[in-house]
Design a protein around this ligand. Sequence first.
Ligand code: C2O
Ligand code: CU
Ligand code: CU
Length: 475
Amino acid sequence: MKRRQFLSLMAAVSSAPLFFRCAPNQSNPLRRIVSTDGLLELSLKAQSGKPAIAGKAFQLLTYNGQVPAPILEANAGDTVRLALTNQLDAPTNLHYHGLHISPQIDDVFREVAPGESYTYEFQIPQNHPAITGWYHPHYHLNVASQVFGGLAGPLIIRGDLDDVPELRQAAEALLMLQDFDPQNTLREPHALGKRWGREGSLLTASGQQNPVIKLPQNGLLRLRLINASASRIYQLQLPEHPWFLIATDRGAIAEPTELDTLQLSPGERADLLIPGQRDPKDYEILSLPYDRGIANIVESLGDEVEQISGVVPPTQAVMATLRYQPSDRVSPLPMPQKLIPVAPLPAPQTTREFVLNHGIDSTAGSTGFIINGQSFVMDRVNTQVRLNQVEDWRIINQASMDHPFHLHTNRFQVIERNGQPETLLTWKDTVGLKGYETVTIRVRFEDFIGRTVYHCHILDHEDQGMMGILDIQPA
Ligand code: C2O
Ligand code: CU
Ligand code: CU
């Protein structure tokens, strides 16, 4: 795509959209595995398969033959017993993205070799916030290929937010956003695709192209969104219809907050509340073209871009269609006024800097993606902290491309972006950084000691070294 076309596509968003449109599909909800009597028990087989994605069958990696994998749903306090069997031809493991559990269990250094099984068993803390999370492989060097291959599933924890009376009445839907390349999903991408982070041109929501989601008239819809793409950053809008943010990665916010555009970087989640009080017709959730700092380069490639696997021009798509459903409610369900208070973390005891870039590793001498001048090395601790301490981390993106920063195990609050205080207080585990941006996050290391990681959630960048080991020492 030429720059001119890209810009006019960007401009088209606010006027009449000119992009390719496919008719909405009747949605076909994901399989859901819910805990019973405090136990969520299941086995997951990682295997290759050919599930139908958006009506096309192509070779992918699946859990139990499904893409996305089943929704796992448990309550705070429940036990999870999950047997993972690796039927792939490469090592894998599981990461529980969003869960506050011990890094000794949520262990990204574990290897489940081809042909082997491993059973994860843990208790979700009694006081765990209600979240929309997800699970995906995290075996270093294989993360991008396995997640882009389709290995990912939603993980819902019920708790505090679910007890808000108005929300108990809400209908629920979940969309897991993934992009695929039907021809090349399992092929190693071109070097440029790896460098920038592989993307596919087929945009899907819960394995479908433009599924229909029912919105009860005069009712409320709680819509959970998960960005499970390996590299794609979504800019989402719901034109002509209000939607309200009620929760971010690690749980509820204080009160419903009306949104215009919702940006979701890989790894990020959002829960939205949508009141069914408009004209009862269809409304589209749009994904707008977004430049994550590579559009100029993509443009300079001209038509060659078609031949380069893993690199696609910025795309606009309809991710899903909200369709009003008649109901016998004569008066609208009320919106909740208050959700769950978000207490600001106290002032930090320590401040650190994390500089994200692409360049020469100061110790290895090789070129790669680096944090504070270093690429990831197995067994090398990059940062040591103490349990219960509060720290401010200034994350400085010195690169021209976006690098969404993700921390495992503990949640954080975003304090500042480019010197401006953040206005909405939320609990996060992943934060988007555009090229040359600086973001300050505040974190308290709670409950668990041991080695965990932080990394860029553009998974090719992570595999190419943009990850560090955090060692949480006893207080
Ligand atoms: Cu969603 Cu370290 O990952
Ligand atoms: Cu994670
Ligand atoms: Cu990155």
